[in-house]
Every structure is written in structure tokens, then in C-alpha cells.
Ligand binder design. Structure first.
Ligand SMILES: Nc1nc2c(ncn2[C@@H]2O[C@@H]3COP(=O)(O)O[C@H]4[C@@H](O)[C@H](n5cnc6c(=O)[nH]c(N)nc65)O[C@@H]4COP(=O)(O)O[C@H]3[C@H]2O)c(=O)[nH]1
Length: 937
């Protein structure tokens, strides 16, 4: 793999990307191809239009030509047919040329010989009209009658010098017989035609309307062809001579329809309409067609003897179908399709080419970008990367690698890693990687000379690409900081940050380890639980940082005094623990305890102050007292309390009795958990009386536990367990609610107007929720603040004075009264007492107990009463059992008292009569005895 930082080999302006330049070149290259499809399309369309137009014209011309030919042919046939019909008249007239005296029978025979029905169906009859005058008329009638026509007469009865009377008409039938005798000159049109025929000697045609010779076919247009006949059978040369020689007239009525039909009727391809002259009303129209407009039309004139007809020709679909009129459409469709196809093809080609160029541009740009990114990655990666060839020499490395190794890059390239590697593990790893195996390892140094020390993670990855020699990529990371951070985290998790001693976690571990070893070796392990006497006072009075310094000094002394195999640790607060493994006799543990006491005996000097710290030490032994760390610590803790009870600065071993107590405590804990759910807890109440008049001035609520087997259990026994296990929170909440509910009942039932006190444990007081919980409990029962008094011990307040003040203030804000319980037993100090917003001091019953003793027995109660008076606080003496004690308290001007002398703590309903009478009754009333209390609960 060759790294290159040389400029881009392709020459381009700065900032111009490879993709841009490729796209530009693509634009140039595609300029022609892009326009070409359009041009080709236009040209092809133009060509198509031209060819289409030409085809149309050619097809039209061809159609017209074919139509004209067809029309010519038909027209000629029609003309010929007419001539043939006219010829019938001529030939009939010619009969008179051969036989001027043609008789009726000859006429009839002649006409029969014409076979009109077959050959000339349009001819309804061939007739002959003879010229007569007034003399020849009767002859004609006679002749006709002699021919068998008895009813023959000349009609109409018009008297003219000359008449032209229909004499013969064949074929003989009713229709032709009816026409006989008719004087043609009686009707002007016929007369004119007859005269024209007479004068010209040529056939004459007349259009007939109405029933005459064509009678019976009134609706069918017909015409008559007249041909004059002269006396000697010859046509005289001049008109005068023709008038003189005029003998009669041959006439042939011809129906136009059959005549035209014989020509046009069978033609399906062309329709014909025959007009007389240019008239509007046709004489004949060949079968009309459904199709609307004909494609082709033509008009031809026809000279019919002395008249002109015109024939209108129209092409019919069968003719039109034979034309190539589809050709232009085909040409157009083909042209358009080809044009589109061609241009689409060209466009597709151009687009494909363009796309290919764009893609190529993108790929090239992406490759260049990748190359740049790889360069950047290689050169700027925080991870050290080196390339090692098959000969184990470094072929390239990045700046991070050079930095990590601590040697300049130039000095590294070409280095044989096997020769410079500091330890055999690295050499083996390089060999394995060259052999194709991926290897990971951690080392302290990378290079023998010049390299720096740290903690490195080394990953060797063999790389082989086809065609290139294999090489190894070495990734190196300096994980020194990470390692240190891990160590620090480990340290924090296992060591106490204040003293640097092992913490609870590590202590548990060490105890477990020592226990394992001791079990194996049949030895013992001693656990010394050390609590510093009166440390709290030092801490509170001299400040936390001073306290911290004391703890550090103690830690140093303890640590310095122990053997390395021993573990000195701190559990928290002022509690230390020493684990002494592998001891043979308990005496060794006692010696260690004494050593500890000896170490701490010498005064400490901190911040210019000299003071002494004494320890209370509890000792438990493995396996004698417990088998696990938790059990051993718990036992040692109990033993430590024993030492404290014994007067501090002492050590105590766990005794058998202590062990039993410890077990009993565990049982208690389990039972207490159930107690709350099983409603085994209940409250008793003890009244407080004013000494001056024996009136009840307050009531204290006290907790009791009725254990289903053990019977009544007093709070001093179960509350410490509740505190330890955290159950005290739930119990405290229940007590608060229960007391408030009771106050409410008393207020409603007997009009209670004195406060009822409730005890609050240190844990409850410190968790920050107390004011809110108290307010909620008061609200739930609808109480005012003064109806509830909160009793706290001095010890509770002293732990964290500022937050204690804040909590007390919050309670006061809700109107609650505050009483300081067991006053005098703890760290009562005038210096802080005035800072607490309290209402009442309760003199601990131990002082009341001492009252009757001679000497200074009353000094503390006296001082407390004085203190209360000067601070404006009321003072209650607790545990007053005798009349003498009361007497003394009265003499001390103590305000009120509480004790068995007047009443033991009793159930609420038992207290009710006392509360109801409190304003009047005195202490002479029957006191509630201990027996009564036991009975009541
Ligand atoms: N020898 C003798 N004793 C007398 C006499 N008069 C009263 N006493 C006892 O003195 C204790 C006074 O309660 P305390 O100092 O608040 O001390 C209380 C209080 O600190 C705690 N406690 C009781 N109930 C509760 C509770 O509901 N919550 C909390 N947190 N603590 C409670 O338990 C302690 C002990 O309570 P109790 O065993 O009920 O003990 C009560 C009471 O029965 C007497 O004439 N002679």
C-alpha cells in the first residue's frame, strides 16, 4: 500500500472537484447527441409530411383517372343504348320505305319480330300514326274497323284540316289498343314534335307527361321518339317537299328508367342520375346508397337527337374500396412511427451515454475523495498505524505511530521490527502476523532503543490482496491513560478516598479471601471492629475538615502499626476494621487490639491542638463466631458496643451470648417486617401534668409491638432494628397518621385542647421528607399544627445542625410544637440550643432517677429548668415515679412532669376519662399502675 500526498495528477483549478470536471466534459460530449434526436425527429416528420402529401395526390389522381375511365365507359354504353332505342324507331320507319302500304298485320308482325320485351324492355310500344284529312279520315276508320277494331274512332274530337291519327300500335294489348285513334296533333307538345319530325325527316324526341302512348306508367318518366314517314318511302330533299310528302309518323314511347337501368342498374361501383337538360328533377336515379358523400363525382352531357340530357356520376363504396386511399394514411403512420422510433433510439443512446459519463464522473470523484480521506485518516488518525513488509521491516507509518513509539518517522522506515522489538512476545507476534495470523497483545514498550515506556495495545493484522505482496498492518494505541483511569476507578471502588485505606467492598473481599485460606490451613481469622469514642463531638465542635484530618491521622497510625499481611480498612464514619489472617489463637487478636489501643493512646496534634482519641474495639473470629464476612463484621460490631458499654477505650471478644443475641436480632428483623402488615403495632399514650395544678398539659404517644408469640415488645428493643433495616420510615409514617387520627377523634369526642407528642427517629428526621409528611398527616385528619408535638433527641439534631434547623423551621411553619427529648444525656450545649426553634425541653428520666440521691443529684435538672426558663421554653421531667421526685421537681420550679407516678402509657380509650376531667382532677386520683398498663396492652 503506497501512501501519496502528491497533488492530483489531473490538472484542474483549485476547488474544482473531479465530479465537476467529469460532468463538464460529459456536457461537451453530449451537446450534439442531445440535440440530434430532436433534429432527426423534425427532419423525419417533414419527410413524412412530404411523402404523405405526394401519396395523397397520386392516389387522388389515380382515383380520378380510374373514375373518369369508368364514367366514360358507362356513358358510352348509355349513349349506345339510347341510340339503339332510337334505332328501333328508325327501323320501323324504314319499313315504310320498303312497303309504303304497310298493313296492320305486317306492322304487328314486324314489331313482334323486334322482341321488344327481351331486347328493348324500355320500349312499351311501337306505333304508327297516319296523316288524314277530312276525306281520308272515314276511310281510315273503315279500314281499322275492317281490321277488327270495331270501336275504332278518332279522338279527341277536334276539327282540324289535317289529323295525325294513331293507326297501328304493337305489341297488341289493352294498353296499346287504348291508344289507337288518338290524334297526335290534338296536344301541342306532341304536335310540335311531330311537325319537327315531319320537317326534318330525322328522329325527334319529346318528353311525355300524362297518359297517351305511355299511358299506364304515369309516374315513370318517358320520352317519345318520332320518325316521319313520307309517301313514296323516301325522304324528300327539302322541307317543303317533306311537308307535302308527309304520310305519317312512327313513334316509340321509351321509359327512361328501364333504359337507364339496363346500363346502370347492374353497376355497383358507380351511381348515375339522369337529368333532362340541366334540370333539377332527375329522370332516373340508380339505386341510392346509404353512404353520405361520394368520394368522386363527374357530370357528362348526352345529345339525344334534338335534346340534351346530362348524367351525374358518383363513385360508390365498392368503387372506392378498390382505390388505394389507405395508402396516404399508411404512409403517414409509418412515417410518424419511424420518426419517433428513430429519435427515441437516438435519445436513449444519448441519455445512456450521458448517464454513463455522469456515473463515471461520480465514481472517479468518489475514488479521489476516498483516496483523500484515506490519506487524512492515515496521517491524522490518533491511532498509530505502521505497515510491515514480509521481511518484518517497517515500510511506512503515520505520524501517530511515530509519536507513540517516540521515534521520528524517517528513523522508523526500514527498521527491522524483529531486531528492535523489546520482548520475545512482540517478535513472536510479528512472525505470526507475517504468517497470516491476526494477533493482539499489550506491551509496555514497543522499541528497544529510543522508544518510550507506557502501556500499548498492539494489533497486528495480516493483509493480502491478489497481485500484491502480503504485508502486516500494525495498529498501536497508547492505553496508558486508559489503564490509569481504570486503575483509578478500581481504586475508587475499593479504597476509601479520605484515608486511602481499603473500603467496605475490599474489606469484604479480604475477609472472604482470608477465610478461604484459614479454612484450608485450619487457622483462624480475626476481625477487629474499631469505633472512635466521642468522635462525633470532635467533628461537630471542631468542624468536618478537622474531623477528616483526625480520621486520616488515625488511619496512618493503624496502617503503620500493622503487618503487611493484615488489612486495615475504613467502613465509613469513624469505624475502622482490621483483618488479621491466619492466627492460631484468639490471644493474637487481643494483642492486635492492644496494639491498636497503644497506637492511639499517644495524643494527636492537629491544627495546633492536642487531643486524645480512644477506640472501642469488638473482635470476632472465623470460624468461631461466623463463617462469612457479613456475619463476622456484624458480630464484631456487637462486640464493639459491648466494649463501649464497658466504658470505652476497651476491646471485647464476641461472647456466646452475643452470638445468640445477634441471631435473635435477625429473627426480630424478619418478624418486624411482618408486624406492620399484620397490624401488630399499636400506640399507647402517657399524659404530662402541670406540677402546680395537676392539669393535663400534654400527652406523649409511644409505640408498642404485640408479637404473636413473644407478646409485648418494647420500642427500645425493636426500634434499633427498625432503624438499621430502614423499616423505621414506614413505621414512622404509620405512627404519624395514627396519632393524628387519634387526636382528631379526641378533639371531636372530648374536646381535647392539649398537644399530643410523637417521637421521631433520627432517620425519619434526616431524610428531608418529614415536614411534608407531617403536614400531609395533619391535613388528612384536619388538624392544626399546634395539636401535634414533634419529639426529637439531641443526638438527632446534632449530626447536621444547619439542615436540622431547616427541618425544624419547616415544621414550625406548619405550626407544630417541638420538644427536645432526653435532654442532658447527649451533647447539650448552650452554644447551639438557642439556634433551634424548640418549645419544650424534656429532662431525661435518668436524671430524675438520680434526684433522690444525696449530693448533686439535682444539679442537672436544676440547670435544665434554669436553662428552659432563660430561653422561654417549657420543661417536662420524664420518668417521675415517686412523690419525693415530684416534690423535688416542684421545689426546682419544674413546670410539668410525666411518669408512672400519675400514669403509665395506656391505650387511648383508657386515657379518655383522664383527659375529659383534666381541668379538675389531681394526681390523687387512682394512678394507672404498671399492672394496669400490662393488662391494658
Ligand atoms: N422507668 C420509667 N419509665 C417511664 C416512666 N414514665 C415513662 N416512662 C418511659 O419513658 C419513655 C419515654 O419515652 P422517650 O424518652 O421518648 O423514649 C422513647 C422513644 O425514644 C422511643 N419511642 C417510643 N415510641 C416511639 C415512636 O413511636 N417513634 C419513635 N421514633 N420512637 C419511639 O422509645 C423510647 C422508649 O419508649 P418507652 O419504652 O415507651 O418508654 C417511655 C416510657 O414508657 C417512669 O415513671 N419510669
Amino acid at each position: 500500500m503506497q501512501r501519496s500526498s502528491s497533488p492530483d495528477p489531473i490538472d484542474r483549478a483549485p476547488g474544482e472537484s473531479a465530479a465537476d470536471s467529469m460532468a463538464d466534459s460529459a456536457t461537451d460530449a453530449r451537446a450534439i447527441p442531445k440535440r440530434l434526436p430532436l433534429l432527426v425527429l423534425l427532419a423525419a416528420l417533414l419527410l413524412t409530411a412530404l411523402v404523405w402529401q405526394d401519396t395523397r395526390q397520386r392516389v387522388a389522381a389515380e382515383a380520378e383517372g380510374r373514375f373518369a375511365l369508368r364514367v366514360e365507359e358507362l356513358h358510352r354504353r348509355f349513349e349506345n343504348q339510347i341510340q339503339a332505342y332510337v334505332q328501333v324507331t328508325r327501323s320501323a320507319a324504314a319499313l315504310f320505305t320498303a312497303y309504303p302500304e304497310v298493313k296492320r298485320a305486317e306492322w304487328n308482325r314486324f314489331v313482334d319480330g323486334l322482341h321488344l320485351a327481351e331486347r328493348f324492355p324500355a320500349v312499351t310500344a311501337v306505333a304508327f300514326a297516319r296523316v288524314i284529312d277530312q276525306w281520308t279520315g272515314p276511310e281510315l276508320v273503315t279500314e281499322a274497323r275492317m281490321d277488327g277494331l270495331r270501336g275504332f274512332r278518332i279522338w279527341p274530337d277536334t276539327a282540324g284540316p289535317m289529323r295525325l291519327v294513331t293507326l297501328y300500335a304493337a305489341p297488341v294489348n289493352d294498353r296499346t289498343l287504348r291508344t289507337l285513334g288518338y290524334d297526335l296533333l290534338a296536344e301541342p307538345v306532341r304536335r310540335a314534335a311531330a311537325e319537327q319530325a315531319r320537317d326534318s325527316g330525322e328522329p325527334t324526341v319529346v318528353r311525355v307527361v300524362g297518359p297517351r302512348l305511355d299511358e299506364g306508367e304515369p309516374s315513370s318518366p318517358s320520352f317519345l321518339v318520332f320518325q316521319a314517314v313520307y309517301r313514296d318511302g323516301q325522304r324528300p330533299a327539302t322541307q317543303e317537299q317533306r311537308r307535302v310528302a308527309f304520310a305519317g309518323l312512327v313513334m316509340t314511347p321509351i321509359q327512361v328508367a328501364p333504359l337507364a337501368e339496363s346500363v346502370f342498374g347492374r353497376m355497383g361501383d358507380v351511381a348515375a342520375t339522369v337529368f333532362e337538360g340541366q334540370g333539377d328533377f332527375p329522370l332516373y336515379r340508380s339505386r341510392p346508397e346509404a353512404s353520405d358523400r361520394p368520394l368522386l363525382t363527374a357530370s357528362r352531357d348526352l345529345a339525344l337527337v334534338n335534346r340534351v340530357w346530362s348524367v351525374q356520376y358518383e363513385s360508390r363504396s365498392s368503387f372506392e374500396e378498390g382505390l388505394d386511399h389507405w395508402k396516404p394514411t399508411l404512409v403517414l403512420a409509418t412515417g410518424l412511427s419511424l420518426s419517433l422510433l428513430l429519435s427515441t433510439l437516438l435519445w436513449a443512446l444519448a441519455a445512456t451515454r450521458h448517464r454513463a459519463l455522469v456515473i463515471a464522473g461520480r465514481i472517479t470523484a468518489s475514488l479521489r475523495r476516498r483516496e483523500t480521506e484515506l490519506d487524512l485518516l492515515f496521517n491524522q488518525a490518533p491511532l498509530g498505524i505502521a505497515l510491515i513488509g514480509p521481511d518484518a521491516r517497517i515500510t511506512d507509518c503515520n505520524p501517530a505511530f511515530a509519536r507513540t513509539v517516540g521515534v521520528a518517522r524517517d528513523g522508523l522506515i526500514g527498521t527491522d521490527t524483529r531486531l528492535r522489538a523489546p520482548d520475545p512476545a512482540v517478535i513472536a507476534a510479528i512472525d505470526s502476523a507475517i504468517a497470516g495470523e491476526s494477533v493482539r497483545l499489550e506491551v509496555d514498550r514497543l522499541l528497544l532503543a529510543g522508544g518510550r515506556h507506557s502501556h500499548f495495545s498492539l494489533h497486528l493484522q495480516p493483509v493480502s490482496t491478489p497481485g500484491d505482496p502480503p504485508f502486516v498492518m500494525a495498529f498501536v494505541e497508547d492505553i496508558g491513560d486508559k489503564r490509569r483511569a481504570e486503575q483509578h476507578v478500581h481504586y475508587l471502588a475499593h479504597y476509601d478516598p479520605l484515608t486511602g485505606l481499603p473500603n467496605r467492598v475490599l474489606l469484604f473481599d479480604r475477609i472472604a479471601q482470608a477465610a478461604r485460606e484459614a479454612r484450608r490451613d485450619g487457622a483462624r481469622v480475626a476481625v477487629l471492629f474499631i469505633d472512635l469514642d466521642r468522635f462525633k463531638i470532635i467533628n461537630d465542635s471542631l468542624g468536618h475538615s478537622f474531623g477528616d484530618e483526625v480520621l486520616r491521622s488515625v488511619a496512618r497510625r493503624l496502617h503503620g502499626a500493622m503487618r503487611p499481611s493484615d488489612t486495615v480498612g475504613r467502613l465509613g464514619g469513624d469505624e475502622f476494621l482490621i483483618v488479621v489472617p491466619n492466627i492460631e489463637t484468639p490471644g493474637v487478636a487481643a494483642a492486635v487490639a492492644e496494639k491498636v489501643m497503644g497506637q492511639l493512646a499517644a495524643p494527636f496534634t492537629i491544627g495546633g491542638r492536642n487531643f486524645v482519641v480512644s477506640p472501642s474495639i469488638g473482635i470476632s473470629l472465623f470460624p468461631d463466631d461466623a463463617e462469612d464476612a457479613e456475619g463476622l463484621i456484624r458480630c464484631a460490631d456487637i462486640a464493639m458496643y459491648n466494649a463501649k458499654d464497658a466504658g470505652r477505650n476497651a476491646y471485647r471478644f464476641v461472647t456466646r451470648e452475643m452470638g445468640a443475641r445477634s441471631r435473635e436480632r435477625l429473627d426480630l428483623e424478619a418478624a418486624l417486617r411482618r408486624a406492620l402488615q399484620n397490624r401488630e403495632l399499636f400506640l399507647v399514650y402517657q399524659p404530662q401534668l402541670r406540677i402546680s395544678d395537676d392539669l393535663v398539659v400534654g400527652v406523649e404517644a409511644l409505640l408498642r409491638w404485640r408479637h404473636p408469640d413473644a407478646g409485648l415488645i418494647m420500642p427500645n428493643r425493636f426500634l434499633p432494628v427498625a432503624e438499621e433495616t430502614g423499616l423505621i420510615q414506614a413505621i414512622g409514617d404509620w405512627v404519624l397518621d395514627e396519632v393524628c387520627a387519634q387526636i382528631r377523634r379526641w378533639r371531636d369526642q372530648i374536646g381535647l385542647t392539649v398537644p399530643v407528642a410523637v417521637n421521631v427517629s433520627a432517620q425519619q428526621f434526616r431524610d428531608g421528607q418529614l415536614p411534608a409528611k407531617v403536614a400531609a398527616a395533619l391535613d388528612r385528619s384536619g388538624l392544626q399544627g399546634w395539636e401535634l408535638e414533634i419529639e426529637v433527641t439531641e443526638g438527632t439534631l446534632i449530626d447536621d445542625i444547619p439542615s436540622a434547623i431547616a427541618t425544624l423551621r419547616a415544621l414550625k411553619q406548619r405550626g407544630c410544637l417541638i420538644a427536645l427529648d432526653d435532654f442532658g444525656t447527649g451533647y447539650s450545649s448552650l452554644s447551639y440550643l438557642h439556634r433551634f426553634p424548640i418549645d419544650k425541653l424534656k429532662i431525661d428520666r435518668s436524671f430524675i432517677h438520680d434526684l433522690e440521691q444525696d449530693g448533686t443529684g439535682d444539679s442537672i435538672p436544676r440547670a435544665i429548668v434554669g436553662l428552659g426558663r432563660s430561653l422561654g421554653l417549657s420543661v417536662v421531667a420524664e420518668g417521675v415515679e415517686t412523690e419525693a421526685q415530684l416534690q423535688l421537681l416542684r421545689s426546682l420550679k419544674c413546670e410539668s412532669f410525666q411518669g408512672y407516678l400519675f400514669s403509665r402509657p395506656v391505650l387511648a380509650e383508657e386515657l379518655e376519662p383522664i383527659l375529659a376531667l383534666r381541668a379538675t382532677h389531681g394526681r390523687h386520683h387512682t394512678p394507672v399502675t404498671e399492672a394496669a398498663e400490662r393488662e391494658s396492652v
